[in-house]
Ligand binder design. Structure first.
Ligand SMILES: [Zn+2]
Length: 98
């Protein structure tokens, strides 16, 4: 089980839950709720997390992108997983810089 119950971003606190759902995750902006599918592997959880963080950023900032375009870019953010996985030193540097 992944021990995360909330994500703070700007003035929002988004409740995080793990449920039996078909999609990897669903973000409800108005309800300030992010639901992940239960029992995702670490890899898919992290890829999905990057994807959903992108949706949270877009929605919170009311950034104007077409729904079609947003989904494509959200999918690309999943590649942060691959980059961080292949570069442990980069991962460490990023964490140390925050
Ligand atoms: Zn999406």
């Amino acid at each position: 089980m992944i021990p995360i119950t909330k994500i703070k971003y700007k003035n929002r606190t988004i409740k995080v839950t793990f449920e039996n759902i078909e999609d990897f995750a669903v973000y409800y902006h108005e309800k300030k709720k992010l639901v992940f599918r239960k029992n995702l592997s670490s890899k898919f959880f992290l890829k999905t997390l990057f994807h959903e963080l992108f949706h949270i950023i877009i929605a919170t900032n009311e950034f104007s992108v077409s729904k079609h375009g947003e989904e494509k870019v959200a999918a690309l953010t999943e590649e942060y997983y691959t980059i961080l996985k292949q570069n442990p030193k980069l991962k460490k540097i990023i964490l140390n810089l925050i």
